[in-house]
Design a protein around this ligand. Structure first.
Ligand code: PLP
Length: 359
C-alpha cells in the first residue's frame, strides 16, 4: 500500500485513522454480526450511529438547541433548490456572489423567485471578497445567501455580512469543521460532506427551528421539505447510512484532536506554510487578495500555462496528487482540508521550491 498526498478539492482526503477503523469494522460492526452497509436504517445499531453522529456534531459546532441537524442526500447542489423552496416565501432573496458556487446557487434560486445580487466580485474573477458591511439588502428578502468558502476561487468570507435583520443562509461545504463558527448568527448552514467531513453522498443542514415551515412553495416535493426530515430525525426514508457512519467517525476524530478551535490552529499553520512560500516565490503566485485567502483551498499560478502543466504533471509523479486548478481559474489548487497532514503541505512546499530552483 502506498497512500499519496491527495490535494483534491473533493471528494477529498479522509483521516487515515478513520479509514482504518472503517476497515476493521467493515465486516462486522460491534457485535451486530453485519456491516453497517447491510443494516436496516430502523435498527438500534444504526439509530445509535446516527444519533451519536448528531450529538458529536452538536458538540463540535456548539449548535444551539433551537436548531435541527439534518443528514440528507443530494449533495450541496440539491440545497441550492431546497433553500428557496423552503424559505423563499416572499419570492425574494439576496445573494452575495463571490465565486462559482454562490453563482450557481443564485442561478438555481432564480427558478423560484427574484434573486437580487447585492454584492459580486466577478470584476476581478472572484479573487477577493467585497466589503459586506453596508449592502443594499432588500427589505423583505427572505434571506441573504453566502458561500462562506469558495472552493474553486479560494476565498473565505471572514466577516459575515450585515444582513440588516434578514436571515443569513450559508454554504460551508468546503470549510465544514475547519474552524469555529457562531451558529446562532445563521438561519441555515448547509454543506456537502465530501470536502471536509466524509465520503460523498451526504449533505448536512443545520436550520433554526422557526425556519422549518409547513407553508413552503407550492409543488415542493415531500423529500424537498426540511420539515419532512426534521420531523423524522433524518429517517423519513433510507438515509445514506454508511456515509453517515463514516462522518460520525470523523466527528470522533475531530473531538479527540480538540475540536474546531484546535483545527483552526492546525489549519492556519498548514495554510501559512504554503502562503508564506508563495509570498516570497518569484515563480509561483497566489491568485487571491491576502485578506480574503482561504485556509482550505489555495489556488496559485506561475503565469505560464505550459509551466503550470509541467508542474502538475511532475507533482503527480512525485505523489502530490490533484494539484491541477479548476478550469475557470487555471494553474494549480491545493486543498488543505482537516485530514491533510502537515507533512503533505511540507512536501508540497519543498517540491515547489525545488521546481522553482530548476525552472
Ligand atoms: C462541492 C461544492 C458544492 C456542490 O456539492 P455537490 O455535493 O457536488 O452537489 C456546493 N458548494 C460548495 C462550496 C462546494 O465546494
Amino acid at each position: 500500500m502506498s497512500r499519496v498526498f491527495n490535494f483534491s478539492a473533493g471528494p477529498a482526503v479522509l483521516p487515515e485513522e478513520v479509514l482504518r477503523t472503517v476497515q476493521a469494522e467493515l465486516l462486522e460492526y460491534g457485535n451486530s454480526g453485519m456491516s453497517v452497509m447491510e443494516m436496516s436504517h430502523r435498527s438500534k445499531d444504526f439509530e445509535e450511529i446516527l444519533f451519536t453522529a448528531e450529538a458529536d456534531l452538536r458538540k463540535l459546532m456548539g449548535i444551539p438547541d433551537n436548531y435541527k441537524v439534518l443528514f440528507l442526500q443530494g449533495g450541496g447542489y440539491t440545497q441550492f433548490a431546497m433553500i428557496p423552496m423552503n424559505l423563499m416565501i416572499n419570492r425574494k432573496a439576496d445573494y452575495i456572489v463571490t465565486g462559482q458556487w454562490s453563482k450557481k446557487a443564485a442561478s438555481e434560486a432564480r427558478i423560484f423567485g427574484t434573486v437580487n445580487v447585492i454584492a459580486d466580485s466577478a470584476d476581478r474573477n472572484y479573487s477577493y471578497v467585497p466589503d459586506l458591511s453596508d449592502l443594499n439588502v432588500t427589505p423583505n428578502a427572505d434571506y441573504v445567501y453566502i458561500c462562506q468558502n469558495e472552493t474553486v476561487h479560494g476565498t473565505t468570507i471572514k466577516t459575515l455580512p450585515n444582513t440588516k435583520g434578514r436571515e443569513l443562509v450559508a454554504d460551508i461545504s468546503s470549510m465544514f469543521l475547519s474552524e469555529p463558527l457562531d451558529v446562532s448568527r445563521y438561519g441555515v448552514i448547509m454543506g456537502g460532506v465530501q470536502k471536509n467531513v466524509g465520503p460523498a453522498g451526504v449533505a448536512i443542514v443545520i436550520i433554526r427551528e422557526d425556519l422549518i415551515r409547513e407553508d413552503v412553495l407550492p409543488f415542493t416535493p415531500t423529500m424537498m421539505k426540511y420539515k419532512t426530515h426534521a420531523d423524522n430525525k433524518s429517517l423519513f426514508n433510507t438515509p445514506p447510512c454508511f456515509n453517515i457512519y463514516v462522518c460520525g467517525l470523523v466527528f470522533k476524530w475531530l473531538l479527540k484532536l480538540g475540536g474546531t478551535e484546535a483545527m483552526k490552529k492546525i489549519n492556519a499553520q498548514k495554510a501559512g506554510l504554503l502562503y508564506d512560500y508563495l509570498d516570497q516565490s518569484t515563480l509561483f503566485h497566489g491568485t487571491v487578495e491576502k485578506k480574503d485567502r482561504s485556509m482550505m483551498n489555495v489556488p496559485f499560478i506561475t503565469g505560464n500555462k505550459e509551466l503550470d502543466a509541467e508542474f502538475c504533471a511532475q507533482a503527480e509523479k512525485a505523489g502530490l496528487r490533484n494539484v491541477k486548478g479548476h478550469r475557470s481559474v487555471g494553474g494549480m489548487r491545493a486543498s488543505l482540508y482537516n485530514a491533510m497532514p502537515i507533512e503533505g503541505v511540507k512536501a508540497l512546499v519543498e517540491f515547489m521550491s525545488e521546481f522553482e530552483r530548476t525552472h
